[in-house]
Design a protein around this ligand. Structure first.
Ligand SMILES: NC(=O)c1ccc[n+]([C@@H]2O[C@H](COP(=O)([O-])OP(=O)(O)OC[C@H]3O[C@@H](n4cnc5c(N)ncnc54)[C@H](OP(=O)(O)O)[C@@H]3O)[C@@H](O)[C@H]2O)c1
Length: 328
């Protein structure tokens, strides 16, 4: 008999890949706003809940026992959209920061409610987070590095995610925070990602100049799924990074991507992130970002170097190329 697992945000870019694989092993109970059936995800049960509603979240979790794990992909991930909510001290401005749809409520408060319920029921919790919790002055970052304080180099999204991490860390929940970085996958028609955005812009001749000074460690999404499937069976606590063991820049990544996809886009234009003027409508990005993966390697978890992830992506596409629109 399959054991129950609770998945928050199963319709997400990252979580939908895990959910698709997990249904074969577990009785998946999905929680969120959109029905996973719309993505052809065959979950056992869907609980339609707005996760910024504290009462609904607590009502769902309080009576639960016997779940193998709770896995949280749900977040407000629109980095530039979150930036419009930036304020000096959300804890002193609780009226606006606790607005129902705010990044603060979703990324900082909701993980705290999850952690409290996980501590009470002793259910293992795995919470997804990001290298954007760091201000990008000293990457790649290790698991024991603490999120940066709020400042001009840190996005509001990164700050709220860091505060969510903190609430979990300060709880007594049997919880693991899994940080990932620039996740990309072979296909997912509901949301684009770093790599597929580059490919579609390259194909359309709409490439923008690419940063040569930014350091990133893009995460191949199937590595997240694989790690989560292992960790649901063999729980760990603390913090774990799943990302490319080699850093790259957007310029290097794009050039490798176009080469592997045999796409001739001409010479790539270069830009420097450090030289970009601050803009109110654009959140700051970590310049020296990325995540070190020593712990994942010690645990024997697979983390594709970015070149190998790109190769796996190209192999997938060549095996089953997308149909041009209009083809039946
Ligand atoms: N994408 C990245 O570049 C990136 C990078 C590093 C880390 N991460 C982290 O990885 C995790 C997954 O990210 P993702 O990009 O895969 O997410 P995503 O595609 O943006 O999906 C977000 C998910 O959260 C759900 N959600 C948001 N607000 C909700 C609410 N109020 N109530 C219920 N559900 C809500 C969404 O449901 P609906 O569809 O119903 O709105 C969706 O399932 C997040 O923790 C994110 O911080 C992402």
């Amino acid at each position: 008999m399959k054991r129950p697992i609770l998945v928050f945000g199963s319709t997400s870019l990252v979580g939908s890949d895990f959910t698709a694989e997990a249904t074969a092993r577990f009785e998946v109970h999905a929680v969120g706003r959109s029905d996973p059936a719309e993505l052809n995800l065959d979950v056992h049960q869907f609980h339609r809940i707005d996760l910024t509603d504290e009462h609904d979240v607590r009502d769902l979790l309080a009576p639960r026992s016997g779940d193998v794990a709770w896995i949280n992909f749900a977040a407000r991930t629109d980095v530039d959209g979150c930036e419009r909510e930036r304020q000096s001290d959300p804890q002193k401005n609780s009226d606006s920061s606790s607005r129902a749809d705010s990044a603060w409520r979703m990324n900082a408060e909701f993980p705290g409610w999850l952690a409290e319920a996980s501590a009470a029921s002793r259910t293992p919790l795995i919470h997804l987070s990001t290298d954007f919790v760091f201000d990008g002055t000293a990457g790649p970052y290790q698991e024991n590095d603490l999120p940066s304080p709020l400042g001009p180099r840190l996005s509001w999204y990164g700050y709220t995610k860091g505060m969510g991490e903190q609430r979990i860390r300060h709880s007594s929940a049997p919880a693991l925070t899994m940080r990932i970085s620039y996740p990309y996958r072979a296909r997912f028609e509901h949301k684009t990602d770093f790599a597929r955005n580059l490919l579609s812009r390259g194909r359309a001749g709409r490439l923008f100049p690419l940063y040569s000074d930014q350091r990133i460690t893009p995460t191949w999404v199937p590595d997240v799924t694989g790690a989560l499937l292992t960790l649901t069976e063999h729980p760990e606590t603390g913090t774990l990074h799943v990302a490319s063991p080699e850093t790259t820049s957007p310029l290097e990544f794009a050039s490798c991507l176009f080469r592997e996809f045999h796409l001739d886009v001409g010479p790539l234009k270069e830009a420097r992130l450090a030289e970009q003027p601050a803009r109110l409508d654009r959140a700051p990005r970590p310049i020296l970002g990325g995540l070190g993966v020593r712990r994942a390697q010690a645990l024997g978890l697979l983390t594709h170097a970015y070149r190998d992830g790109i190769r796996a992506m190209a192999t997938d596409e060549h095996a089953d190329p997308p149909q041009p629109s209009g083809t039946s």
